[in-house]
Design a protein. Sequence first.
Length: 100
Amino acid sequence: MEYSKAALAFQRKIYLAWLIDQSPHSLLSLQHTTGMPRRTLQDTLKTLSDLGIQCTFEQQSGERNNQGHYRIADWGPIDPTWVSHHRSAICSALGIPATD
């Protein structure tokens, strides 16, 4: 099945938000989990607010800059349960391995 760039961008955003909501993730752990390039992840995380998803970075105290993890503060209009139920199809569309 063919997907438009916009559809893939949407699926990438909701899937990354779902991953972050499941467990604490840093940029490096998201890279390992998804196989996506660092720049793609950074650009995607930066635009989650376009969907109404509030994602924050929580700095670990006593650590150097950028040591910490992302957290979803608010899903906005997106239902994370729907994402969970459809993650295999989303991963397939994105060409990345599905997580358990």
